[in-house]
Design a protein around this ligand. Structure first.
Ligand code: DGT
Ligand code: CA
Ligand code: CA
Ligand code: ZN
Length: 574
């Protein structure tokens, strides 16, 4: 069985969860979580490296002990330490940790006092009023718990793109090797580059006698076969991810690719256009009466209804068909348009690599410039910099720029905390020495909409405010966006010459696609930045570009497609 990096991360996180319930040392717990994050973001497969007989390279924050555990997981799929802990505490307890109101202390209490180990038991006890009687709980908490269990039941967790990608690549490579198979592509929301996907929709072209279906359900990662047919099958993988496979003949490939790429709103609109033109368009092809007039290529579908090709990222039924009809489709940005990264951390705060190492990595990306934006002092958990330390970093960057002799321009920046009263976290005398600032809300997420909006707009009043970083603070699948009036924020940014960030980290992708489009339409440019905390995080840029494309952004709409002189002009506020 292939052990994906995501599987290793899952095991490590599980150990951390259980240790937390046991009340273990916080540093120890954090080490597991950090290791999980590091492994999950590696651009290469740990299991594959080990399988080739190579040793695990030294990874930041991962000592010998943890490295040994990672090897054990990568080679055996499990960890003896985890099995040991699981013997001590019921495994289902980690499910309880997923209820936002319950921390490890409360889970421990519920388990020890009421012997509750599952969500169902928890819900029953809460409905019977048994939770409120526990020390440290109350009626309010009990009601909240019930509400949170209900919410959890409603939503099936959607998978973030990087995890989906890892699974998709393995299975696509596997299917490509089956005899008689000529095409294998992932369609659906994955191809539209949605930040989270519910399942993988794989489309293949294969000859009639190809054993592809049999091979698909025999794939080593398959846990359960949900449905099996001649042309369509569905399986559940061990991770719980569902995969649909459709096999079509060559002459249907384009029509099927269009159909299974979706979205269904987009498909329905295209089909209607077809009907108006006397055509039947479906996953098998394009037909006039009974005659097939196209469907081999995806372009055939658009051509048959008189439209130019519409990029998958735009196919959400948000006006793309109307725009195509008027030849007003955006010329979408691509990764090659990006000239630099405007949000990076170093070991000066919570980054994992030094200034020099981060800059070297940016040079390898062929960037013209890169901005160092470590945290300001308010973020004490990340050892935020005070005025004196920022001045030191400025000097270090000046020296580095001299030494680099124009290989890249290192921009002096800071990630400034927006304080509760809307002031910025460092004095203007320091800020005026910087090339740019990215400003963000890191605490007090719970302010009412009006207050939060005004807090941020007040911060923009400061003439050294350049870019609003991760403007809603959401963490996909983990933390909701804080309440804020985005239209007002964007308008305020426009009036003041500020910009919005599209944070490219796949856990954030903040702004989202809809807000990117809104900013574009309102005339506010966007910085697509990775917020890199280690070298490989610079690769997140492509997720940012994907999201930018979903937001209809053209190179013109993105700040960091400019060369430095133009960027410098844009950053100067008048
Ligand atoms: P997801 O899986 O929720 O992330 O999003 P999708 O778009 O991948 O949805 P999925 O997997 O249910 O279906 C894949 C594509 O198949 C969908 O984007 C369009 C097409 N499709 C599915 N059901 C229908 C339908 O009832 N009508 C039309 N026109 N197309 C459909
Ligand atoms: Ca899908
Ligand atoms: Ca599907
Ligand atoms: Zn940051």
């Amino acid at each position: 069985m292939p052990v994906h990096n995501a599987d290793i991360a899952t095991v490590l996180n599980r150990v951390a969860d259980l240790l937390e319930i046991e009340g273990a040392n916080v540093f120890r717990i954090r080490a597991y979580r950090n290791a999980a994050r590091t492994i999950a973001s590696l651009p290469w497969s740990v299991a594959e490296v080990l399988a080739e007989g190579e040793d695990l390279p030294k990874l930041p924050g991962i000592g010998e002990d943890l490295a040994g555990k990672i090897k054990e997981i990568a080679t055996t799929g499990t960890l003896s330490q985890l099995e040991e802990i699981e013997r001590r505490i019921p495994a289902a307890l980690t499910q309880l940790m997923k209820i936002p109101s319950l921390g490890p202390k409360r889970v421990q209490a519920i388990y020890q006092k009421l012997n509750i180990t599952t969500l169902d038991e928890l819900e029953k006890a809460a409905r019977e009023g048994k939770i409120r009687a526990l020390f440290g709980f109350g009626q309010k908490t009990e009601e909240k718990i019930i509400e949170e269990i209900e919410q959890k039941k409603e939503k099936k967790e959607r998978i973030k793109l990087p995890v989906a990608e890892e699974v998709a690549q393995s299975i696509v490579n596997y299917l490509r090797q089956v005899s008689g198979v000529s095409e294998v592509v992932v369609a659906g929301s994955y191809r539209r580059r949605k930040e989270v996907v519910a399942d993988l929709d794989i489309l293949a072209v294969a000859s009639q006698d190809s054993p592809i279906m049999q091979r698909f359900i025999n794939y080593e990662d398959v846990d359960r076969v949900v449905a099996r047919g001649e042309t369509k099958s569905t399986v559940l993988l061990r991770s719980g991810l569902q995969v649909d496979l459709r096999v079509v003949p060559k002459e249907s490939y384009g029509a099927a690719l269009h159909y299974f790429t979706g979205s269904s709103t987009h498909n329905i609109a295209i089909r209607k256009l077809g009907l108006k033109a006397g055509l039947k368009i479906n996953e098998y092809g394009i037909f006039r009466a009974e005659e097939r007039i196209g469907g081999r290529e995806e372009e055939d579908v658009f051509r048959s209804v008189g439209l130019p090709f519409i990029e998958p990222e735009l196919r959400e039924g948000r006006g793309e068909i109307e725009a195509a009809a008027r030849h007003m489709l955006p010329r979408l940005i691509s990764l090659a348009d990006i000239r630099g990264d405007l949000h990076l951390h170093t070991t000066a705060t919570d980054g994992r690599f030094s200034l020099e190492e981060m800059v070297e990595a940016a040079i390898r990306k062929n960037y013209q410039y890169v901005a160092i934006t470590d945290h300001s002092r308010h973020v004490s958990v990340a050892h935020g910099l005070d005025a004196r330390q920022i001045l030191q970093q400025i000097e270090a960057i000046d020296r580095l720029n001299k030494r680099l002799e124009g290989k890249i321009r290192v921009l002096k920046g800071v990630e400034l905390d927006i304080l509760e009263d809307g002031s910025l976290d460092l004095p203007d005398e320091v800020l005026k020495l910087l090339d740019l600032t990215v400003c963000s809300v890191h605490y007090n997420f719970n302010l009412p909409l009006e207050k939060q909006t005004e807090r941020i707009i007040r911060a923009m009043d400061n003439p050294y405010f350049n870019i609003l970083a991760h403007p809603t603070g959401r963490l996909i699948n983990e933390r909701k966006p804080y309440e804020v009036d985005m239209e007002r924020l964007i308008e305020a940014a426009r009036q003041r010459g500020c910009f919005m960030e599209l944070n490219a980290h796949p856990d954030r992708l903040d702004l989202n696609d809809i807000h990117c489009k809104m900013a574009k339409e309102m005339g506010v440019k966007i910085a697509v930045s990775t917020d890199a905390h280690n070298l490989t995080d610079l690769d997140f840029m492509r997720y940012g570009v994907d999201q930018a494309r979903r937001g209809w952004l053209e190179p013109e709409d993105v700040l960091n497609t400019r060369d430095w002189p133009k960027l410098q002009q844009l950053l100067k506020r008048r």
